[in-house]
Design a protein around this ligand. Structure first.
Ligand code: CMC
Length: 392
């Protein structure tokens, strides 16, 4: 008889040791390498956070500049990889394209397979962080039927991303600094979140020695679901469906009626049972963005705030400890910036890539690492003899 504990959904099983991200769900604390997310979101930048997650310490000025240069050097895609997009239907969901395009990177960089040289692994990590925004922007442009815009090295990571998404000729778009800062903050708030479904997927895939880019593609696939990264798209669609604050009480009633099967998207979290510290920063950022765009009376922001107000005093949500999560306000920001709703989860994937890579590298560098191999409790038929088809 095997001795192991059944833990569906891994609610109480640690899958690894990690030094990257700490979460205290009861206190609403999120630390990356020890630094609180609030301080990082306020004072740092996404690129600096990437360095921190990948290397364990904040960079010196020289290290930061060298890292930024390295990333900028790898932002372009192989021209054949650009042609890869033509194989998709024009109206494909961009997460479908992203899953395929990231997996295809394994074909363009076959050398990364089984790579044990730390310098080579570092280069592959940079490639992923650098190329993800380019691939994501191409997904958006492909959907829109517009020409791809190449990366511009004169711009920061987030400015460059906005430029690739919104400019038509690479030079015609003026990046609004408030929006660039909000984009950067969105990336920071989604950069890593310890052993969530997609990160655990990346670790599990990579634990077999699979190609690292294929492991990241698996992470993208896992992120797509509405219980995980797909929640930002689903949350915005829900806000739109509610439409007006006068419809909020009825909607809340529907959520509380379990038979409706409706969940309030952007609410609840497996680990946070007090509040999600990312949601607070996101809400503040939503106000900043809407102010900058003169959209203070955005109807969806009003619906979101009313939903939050009602839910936080309702006994259903209080008893189940359901609070807004990172995805509750992010959709409003992204919509105001002009992103199509279908792109929201792609943006989450761009941001989370560094977390996946840092976690994958940490696992591969751990000498005690074994292939991930969960067990099961078998509940099927007992041993029996095969019967011929004629006697069934
Ligand atoms: N709306 C209504 N009821 C909910 C919700 C919600 N958003 N979330 C949980 N519940 C209820 C659920 O029905 C269950 O009730 P009961 O105990 O009576 O059966 C209870 O709360 C516990 O829910 P659970 O599904 O067992 O909890 P979980 O830890 O497995 O799920 C979750 C966590 C995030 C999947 C869930 O809260 C959810 O579906 N939220 C909506 C989707 C969402 O916003 N996801 C984004 C998560 S944050 C971004 C990320 O990192 O991916």
């Amino acid at each position: 008889v095997d001795h192991f504990t059944l833990d569906p959904g891994f609610t109480s099983t640690g899958s690894c040791e990690s030094q990257i991200t700490f979460i205290d769900g009861d206190e609403g604390i999120l630390l990356h390498r020890g630094y609180p997310i609030e301080q990082l979101a306020e004072k740092s930048s996404y690129l600096e956070l990437c360095y921190l997650l990948l290397n364990g310490e904040l960079p010196t000025k020289d290290e930061y500049e060298a890292f930024g240069k390295d990333v900028r050097q790898h932002t372009l895609l192989h021209t054949q990889q650009d042609r890869f997009f033509d194989g998709f239907r024009r109206d494909s969901h961009p997460m479908a394209m992203l899953t395929g395009a990231v997996g295809a990177m394994a074909a363009f960089y076959p050398g990364a397979m089984g790579n044990e040289d730390p310098e080579e692994r570092r280069r592959d990590s940079i490639r992923l962080v650098a190329k993800m925004p380019t691939i994501a922007a191409r997904c958006m442009k492909y959907n829109l039927g517009q020409k791809f815009v190449d990366p511009q090295n004169r711009l920061s990571y987030s400015e460059n991303f906005l430029n690739m998404c919104f400019s038509v000729s690479a030079e015609d778009y003026e990046v609004n600094p408030v929006l660039a800062r909000a984009m950067d903050r969105f990336f920071m708030l989604h950069a890593d979140h310890e052993q969530n479904a997609s990160t655990s997927t990346v670790r599990l895939v990579a634990s077999s020695g699979a190609h690292p880019f294929a492991a990241i593609a698996a992470g993208v696939a896992s992120l797509w679901g509405p219980s995980h990264g797909g929640a930002n798209e689903a949350a915005l669609r829900q806000l739109r469906e509610i439409g007006d604050i006068s419809n909020v009480p009825d909607f809340v009633k529907k959520v509380k009626d379990k038979s409706s099967g409706v969940r309030l998207m952007g609410f609840g979290h497996r680990v946070y049972k007090n509040y999600d510290p990312r949601a607070k920063v996101m809400q503040k950022t939503a106000h900043e963005v809407l102010d900058a765009l003169d959209l203070r009376d955005h109807p969806l922001l009003k619906v979101a705030m009313e939903l939050e107000r009602i839910a936080l005093q309702d006994e259903y949500f209080v008893a189940k400890k359901l609070y807004p999560n990172v995805d509750f306000y992010s959709g409003i920001i992204l919509e105001a910036m002009g992103f199509p709703t279908k792109m929201f989860t792609v943006l989450f994937a761009v941001a989370r890539t560094v977390g996946w890579v840092a976690q994958m590298n940490e696992m591969l560098e751990d000498p005690s690492q074994k292939i991930g191999r969960p067990r099961q409790i078998y509940t099927g038929a007992a041993m029996r003899d095969y019967t011929a088809m004629t006697s069934r």
